[in-house]
Design a protein around this ligand. Structure first.
Ligand code: GCW
Length: 682
């Protein structure tokens, strides 16, 4: 049924395990939520829906302690019972958004407690508690405390006002601007529930390639309607600000950030926004990148632009997320270097409420990229992570690629900024340099497809992003396990099989698209299929040949001293490892080195043979996923089983297309045969 996909990981179907059901029913005899607020109303609704569904019996939510064991929910401020439990010390440690889940005796009775310092914390605790039931955990001796490692956990929607979605593969935008503000689609509420359940606390509604229209009163009313829906779920609304808005909307002659009239215009605009949305979060800005207007148009710096906006937002508590993805058609150097070159010198010049938002890698959301050299290089500036959940370069809406391992790979990478152990995660969560604000943004893969993300497994990437933004130390396997149990089934055999599929899936994509550090071989502009042969574009780096540099001698982009020297942007320890082809991990070898076709790789094979093996291995991995998935027929509802099966067939076909196209093309340079034992390209 379509609803199987629509309900995401929040299915709440009755549990089948009789013993557990008995345990749950006994220990959750009553539910007490004292206090009232829009967020507590949401808490009650979710508990009712979740527990009634999972336990298969009706529950009533009281505001007095019942006679029997019960679930007690709230904050010391709104709930006298919670206050009596004496949790002050423990609560102090979890901060404003954290929570406790405890099994606790009170006046001779055993209670399960969800306690927090704020209603929002209670909401997060409630979702965690429901997850325990959904994943069938023992809840007899709970002693959980949790708080987010990153402060801003934000989805970026690249949604246009005409409802097209840039790099969106799951239908049109879920924001129905035409019917807003009067019609509130149930989808907005379910969107908020899903996000709150994984700790997401902000959403940028509009595309970074921004349209200034969204800042007009007509649209601000609509934005307000969405903000009102999301507020009880702890989600703040942000917008993208087109830098030239003072010209387009204000009829000014300039958008120069140092011009007093420009600043006054933004100040008025920001004040106006806050009359609609008193807790408006702030702006995300893409400036002087891919043709977008920005401060450099007026010979000002990114800091001048960001600080002007930050100053007018500061009194209202708003922030600026200024993107470091600057890709200027007129800068001739290796594209890898541009962001670092422009931003590193600005470290220490940004206002306190500016965050610089940096993509995970220096090029553009490739299946694998080494971490961005800006991480660790701007200690005085809070750097926000930008991941892409939508799979622009990873098979878009039809390829299965579980991205948690990719996110983790970047987060655990060591920048060596302050010696060994200076991971990207510590830069991003602010702990390495003691920043007051920290954040992670994920470019959403959500659209109005019934199942939200086109590929049923795309939901796992939305889920994993939220979970890692909350706690980057969670493992990819652990996140997959939770998600599978909630989304599909908890039968141990299918659980393990699906987890295996997921865990290998991103590496499979890397192998059949861009193994060993190859990158940007995708077809021009759409980025879906292979196009390693692409040349003759107005700019060298709009071509693929620019990135792979295949010739008779070998393959790969020399980014060492003898080449573009992008490597010099990393810490000396990183340079030492990656700068030497024998110590450079093979995963990024061709990213940094031009390697001879006959050079020996770790497997003992030549580069050419190894490349053939990797491309073929990618195809084999997809076939293995197909086999596993077919074996699960009957254990997964028919509609989702069929959909994934058909998508895997597309993926297998595409994987062969990639393998054959790339190998036959590179063979025109290597002039070496495909190893005998491998399937021949067609
Ligand atoms: O990944 C590239 C995309 C563009 C996108 C740009 C960006 C929103 O191909 O579609 O524009 O990056 O991140 O700004």
């Amino acid at each position: 049924k379509a609803e199987d996909g629509y309900r995401l990981w929040q299915r709440y179907d009755q549990l089948q395990n009789k013993d557990l059901l008995k345990q749950y029913r006994q220990s959750l005899n009553g539910v007490v939520v004292q206090g009232s607020s829009p967020t507590l109303t949401v808490v009650k609704e979710e508990l009712e829906m979740g527990m009634e569904g999972l336990l298969g019996s009706s529950i009533t939510i009281a505001n007095q302690l019942p006679k029997k064991a019960s679930l007690v929910v709230g904050t010391p401020a709104s709930s006298p019972i919670i206050k009596e439990l004496g949790l002050e010390q423990k609560l102090k440690e979890v901060g404003q958004e954290g929570y406790l889940l405890l099994s606790q005796k009170h006046k001779g009775k055993n209670h399960t407690v969800i306690a927090a310092n704020s209603d929002k914390g209670v909401l997060y605790g409630t979702f965690h508690f429901l997850r325990l039931l959904q994943t069938q955990q023992n809840i007899q001796a709970l002693n959980i405390s949790s708080s987010p490692k990153t402060k801003l956990r934000i989805l970026n929607h690249w949604d246009n006002l005409d409802r097209t979605v840039e790099r969106g593969y799951a239908g049109f935008s879920i924001w129905d601007w035409h019917k807003l503000p009067d019609y509130i689609d149930q989808r907005y509420i379910d969107y908020a529930r899903a996000n709150a359940s994984i700790g997401i606390n902000g959403t940028v509604l509009t595309n970074v390639n921004a349209n200034s229209l969204v800042l007009t009163p007509e649209y601000l009313q609509k934005v307000k309607a969405l903000a009102d829906v999301f507020r009880p779920y702890g989600i703040k609304v942000y917008l993208t600000a087109r830098f030239s808005s003072p010209i387009e909307l204000g009829k000014l002659k300039t958008a120069d950030p140092l011009d007093p009239a420009v600043k006054a215009w933004w100040k008025n605009k920001v004040n106006e926004i806050y009359t609609y949305i008193p807790d408006f979060g702030g702006f995300t800005v893409k400036a002087n990148s891919e043709g977008q207007p920005g401060p450099q148009n007026y010979n000002r710096s990114h800091a001048d632009g960001a600080n002007m906006l930050a100053e007018v937002l500061a009194p209202k508590g708003g922030i600026v997320m200024w993107r470091a993805f600057v890709y200027d058609n007129n800068v001739p150097d290796d594209r890898h270097k541009q962001a670092y070159t422009e931003f590193k010198p600005l470290d220490g010049t940004f206002q306190g409420n500016v965050m610089v938002q940096v993509k995970n890698g220096a090029i553009d959301f490739q299946p694998r990229e080494p971490f961005h050299p800006l991480f660790g290089a701007m200690p005085k500036t809070p750097l926000m992570m930008e991941f892409q959940i939508t799979q622009e370069y990873l098979g878009q809406g039809t390829h299965l690629a579980y991205l948690a391992p990719m996110f983790k790979e970047t987060l655990t990478a060591d920048t060596y900024a302050k010696g060994k152990g200076s991971t990207v995660a510590k830069v991003v969560d602010g702990s390495l340099d003691n920043h007051a604000i920290s954040g992670m943004a994920g470019v959403a893969n959500i659209g109005n497809d019934i199942n939200w993300t086109s590929h049923p497994f795309g939901q796992a990437n939305w889920y994993a992003f939220g979970r890692l933004a909350w706690d980057h130390e969670l493992t990819s396997e652990g996140i997959a396990d939770e998600w599978i149990k909630m989304t599909f089934s908890s039968a141990p055999s299918s659980q393990a099989a699906i987890r295996t599929m997921m865990m290998g899936s991103r590496e499979a994509v890397v192998n059949y698209m861009t193994p060993m550090g190859l990158h940007h071989l995708m077809g021009w502009s759409h980025h879906y299929g292979p196009g390693p042969w692409i040349k003759d574009k107005p700019r060298a780096d709009w071509t693929s040949v620019y990135y792979h540099r295949a010739d008779e001698k070998g393959l790969g982009f020399d980014r060492t001293k003898t080449g573009s020297n992008a490597l010099s942007q990393y810490a000396p320890e990183v340079q030492a490892q990656w700068g030497n082809p024998t110590t450079c991990p093979e995963e990024v070898l061709l990213w940094f080195h031009h390697v001879a076709w006959d050079a020996k790789t770790k497997s003992g094979r030549t580069l050419w043979d190894e490349l053939c093996y990797r491309y073929s291995g990618g195809v084999d991995s997809v076939r293995a996923m197909q086999k596993t998935w077919n074996s699960l027929e009957g254990q997964i509802d028919k509609e989702r089983h069929q959909q994934v099966k058909q998508y895997l067939a597309i993926q297998e076909k595409d994987a062969r297309w990639w393998r054959d196209a790339c190998l036959l093309y590179f063979q025109t340079f290597s002039k070496r045969p495909i190893p005998q034992e491998l399937e021949k390209p067609q």
